[in-house]
Design a protein around this ligand. Structure first.
Ligand code: HGY
Ligand code: MN
Ligand code: MN
Length: 416
């Protein structure tokens, strides 16, 4: 006779169907998704998730950042809940699995508990964090950041998208501004299941990533001020060329990241030229440098070097230069007890596994500030993510969801 919980398995077909159903909302142009936060598509995705939660008999709460909390009662209503979540918003050219796998695997855990008629001591709360991506509104992980007390609600509401719309206005417009105080909820533990978004697990032929840490991040928004002038009739020695300063700064960031190997990355994903006309030298260039490392000293050292060197580059070219940190969290160490439960679940289920440091940031990074938290990862094809070609196998999805199932139930406590 198997011990209680020994044979816990999710329904992989149902999980996969749920992911494919969500993927129909906010489709991309190349097989992925464009379901950016607080757009109508995000609102539609939220309604679909709510319908599924209603069907599962979960009690839905929404906080003032729009984060959705779907609660399955435990036998001890006083016991703090075990939270399991991720995010449903995507990059503009995102994949079908980034974030979605974690939210819908949390739902699948609840559905499977119901199928098996299992009660847990602690309630279980499936969570969809608002604006994990930080694509439309910086910073990333903003809702979990407010939840953890690292950011204020007013700061978050004031954030603007490229069209000048604010987070607060858009949250109200799609009808998902809840009334719960952000961070009022207390967690017994937090789990997040996510695709790796990098090449390690696939290269090492491992089914499960036991996530021990997450690297820290700085998003440094530079504003360079040049002089708008004719690209044809302005002599080279008369130019105040903010575009050239930008190019030299990009090259410098690359060099600084390579000089901090192993375990450092640096690059730029977004640039705005103004007036952005082919034959006008830019008056203003705005871009965000994204640097990361699991090593605190390297992370902060890179920031200092990049800011100092960028100022020198700009001065040499007579270009104005200002910088604002628009995103940050320190390297995170996840809870060793919960990490151990992920590892022992993988072992019990016979899945190959390895320790891994998360390269991408996740809501778990902020949850870890206010509760014991950890993650579990599955591989992704060619390590590709933040690309519509992002892909995983159903088997990979299933293995990670089974590990999540066992770790969540062990933490929530099965009641005979
Ligand atoms: O930027 C990140 O690491 C996450 O994908 N938002
Ligand atoms: Mn994600
Ligand atoms: Mn992402």
């Amino acid at each position: 006779m198997a011990a209680p919980g020994e044979n816990l398995r999710i329904n992989a077909d149902r999980l996969w169907d749920t992911i494919m159903e969500m993927a129909k909302i906010g489709p991309g142009v190349a097989g992925g998704n464009n379901r950016q936060t607080l757009t109508d598509a995000d609102g539609e995705g939220r309604h679909l998730f709510k319908r599924w939660c209603d069907e599962a008999g979960l009690e839905l709460g929404v906080d003032k950042m729009g984060t959705m909390f779907a609660r399955r009662e435990g036998t001890d209503p006083e016991a703090l809940p075990v939270y399991v979540g991720s995010h449903l918003d995507t990059q503009p050219t995102g994949g079908k699995y980034d974030g979605v796998l974690g939210v819908l695997s949390g739902l699948e855990v609840v559905r499977s508990l119901d199928d098996l008629g299992i009660r847990t001591k602690h309630p279980i709360v499936v969570t969809n964090w608002t604006n994990e991506e930080g694509a439309r509104f910086a910073p990333a992980m903003v809702a979990s950041g407010v939840f953890a007390g690292a950011l204020t609600l007013d700061y978050a509401y004031s954030r603007k998208d490229p069209e000048g719309k604010t987070f607060g206005e858009e949250l109200k417009r799609i009808g998902w501004q809840g009334d719960e105080e952000v961070g009022a909820r207390k967690m017994h533990a937090y789990f997040e299941y996510h695709i790796e978004q990098g090449p390690i697990l696939e290269a090492e032929n491992k089914q499960i990533g036991v996530v021990t840490h997450c690297q820290g991040l700085w998003w440094l928004e530079f504003t360079l001020r040049g002089k708008e002038a004719h690209t044809g009739s302005t002599p080279m020695n008369m130019r105040v060329n903010a575009g050239l300063a930008m190019a030299r700064i990009f090259e410098m960031v690359q060099k600084v990241a390579l000089a901090n190997q192993p375990g450092a990355v640096g690059g730029v994903g977004q640039v705005k030229f103004a007036p952005n006309s082919r034959n006008v030298l830019p008056g203003t260039v705005v871009f965000t440098v994204d640097i990361r490392s699991p090593d605190q000293a390297k992370l902060d050292g890179m920031r200092k070097t990049i800011e100092t060197e960028a100022a020198k580059i700009a001065e040499e070219l007579g270009v104005g230069c200002s910088v604002e940190a628009v995103g940050h969290f320190d390297p995170v160490t996840f809870d060793p007890t919960l990490v151990g439960r992920i590892r022992s679940a993988a072992e019990k289920l016979g899945y190959s596994h390895m320790n891994i440091i998360s390269g991408a940031g996740h809501d778990a990074c902020w949850a870890a500030k206010v509760a014991p938290a950890t993650m579990v990862m599955c591989p992704c094809v060619d390590g590709l993510s933040h690309n519509e070609a992002e892909n995983i196998s159903k088997e990979w999805a299933e293995a990670g969801a089974n590990v999540l199932f066992h770790a969540v139930v062990e933490t929530a406590g099965i009641v005979e």
